[in-house]
Design a protein. Sequence first.
Length: 112
Amino acid sequence: MSALDPTGLRRRAGPAILFALVLGLGACTPLGQGDGDDPPASGSGAPGGNGGGQLSIATGGTGGVYYPLGGGFATVIRENVEGYDATVSETNASVDNMLLIGDGGADLALVL
């Protein structure tokens, strides 16, 4: 890779960014506790009695990378996290996404 050719950097940074996003999403999911012999919690929804709910994922424009990536995260949440549903919100990307997180307008956001 020459100093004038940043494509080598992009090829290496892409997987690292995706890995960081997946780890961040994993940190947001509820983790089970106990040895599996515990009786089910009363009520329905996610562990901890919070009943699950709706998650909003702030992404980016539909023509960019964030929107389909956020859609993939929403699908993973819907199909694998009991008691939760996720929707994707089209935004102007990172700066808007951080503002949405700050004011409670989104639960998860893709930022760089």
